[in-house]
Design a protein around this ligand. Structure first.
Ligand SMILES: NC(=O)c1ccc[n+]([C@@H]2O[C@H](COP(=O)([O-])OP(=O)(O)OC[C@H]3O[C@@H](n4cnc5c(N)ncnc54)[C@H](OP(=O)(O)O)[C@@H]3O)[C@@H](O)[C@H]2O)c1
Length: 184
């Protein structure tokens, strides 16, 4: 499927919807993903999966997620960060853009003639915009009951195909979690 992205610079970029994936870890019962600008879970196996999926690829994130994970770009990845603040001083090595479509345009330039995947890594505000472009969702579902104030947007019916679904238990935290890969 081919979609059309109108960029902020009013150029038009043809892109395959398949080129954009979401990656997120959700609390199973309420789809929570964060609390007070921090992650809910730090499951070593999930962090390893995140690294494996994103390494040598292109990640797009919101300014709050950038600040919540580190003040540095994630190594061995192209880091694109979205902010509305034209004066925002991003850490060196982070590509700053001012809208999601501009982020996609930049990501497509970086991906051109490579096999790099474009992954949207949050947070909730950015997932909500990215949803319309995404056809793959690398989802981790965690059985827990943590207090949260940031939630993954509604995605019911958007990724009906199940490409992967495996249940696990984290020896370190004792948490049960599922790795799944869903497709549109
Ligand atoms: N569980 C997970 O997998 C996961 C993954 C990622 C993040 N998280 C959690 O999610 C939370 C952060 O999510 P969030 O929704 O609060 O924030 P976010 O999506 O990370 O960032 C929001 C910020 O991004 C910028 N932005 C968003 N849409 C934009 C647009 N269309 N144009 C220009 N700029 C735009 C704005 O930055 P400015 O305010 O600078 O303009 C906005 O305030 C944290 O708790 C984090 O730990 C969880």
């Amino acid at each position: 499927m081919v979609g059309t992205v109108k960029t902020s610079s009013s150029k038009t970029t043809n892109m395959k919807k398949e080129e954009v994936s979401l990656i997120a870890a959700l609390q199973e019962y309420d789809n929570a993903i964060g609390y007070d600008n921090d992650l809910l879970f730090r499951i070593p196996e999930d962090l390893a999966r995140f690294k494996a999926k994103t390494k040598n690829n292109i990640v797009i994130m919101g300014r709050k997620t950038m600040e919540s994970i580190s003040k540095m770009p994630l190594p061995e990845r192209d880091n694109i960060m979205i902010t509305r603040n034209k004066n925002f001083k991003a850490p060196e090595g982070v590509i700053t853009v001012h809208g999601f479509e501009e982020a996609l345009e930049k990501a497509l330039e970086l991906a051109y003639n490579t096999d790099k995947e474009i992954l949207v890594m949050g947070g909730a505000e950015v997932y909500a915009i990215a949803m319309q472009y995404a056809t793959k969702f690398y989802k981790t579902t965690v059985v827990s009951n943590k207090k949260a104030n940031v939630f993954f947007p509604y995605y019911e019916g958007m990724f009906p195909k199940i490409l992967e679904h495996k249940n696990h238990e984290c020896p370190k935290t004792g948490l049960s979690y599922t790795f799944s890969t869903l497709a549109a």
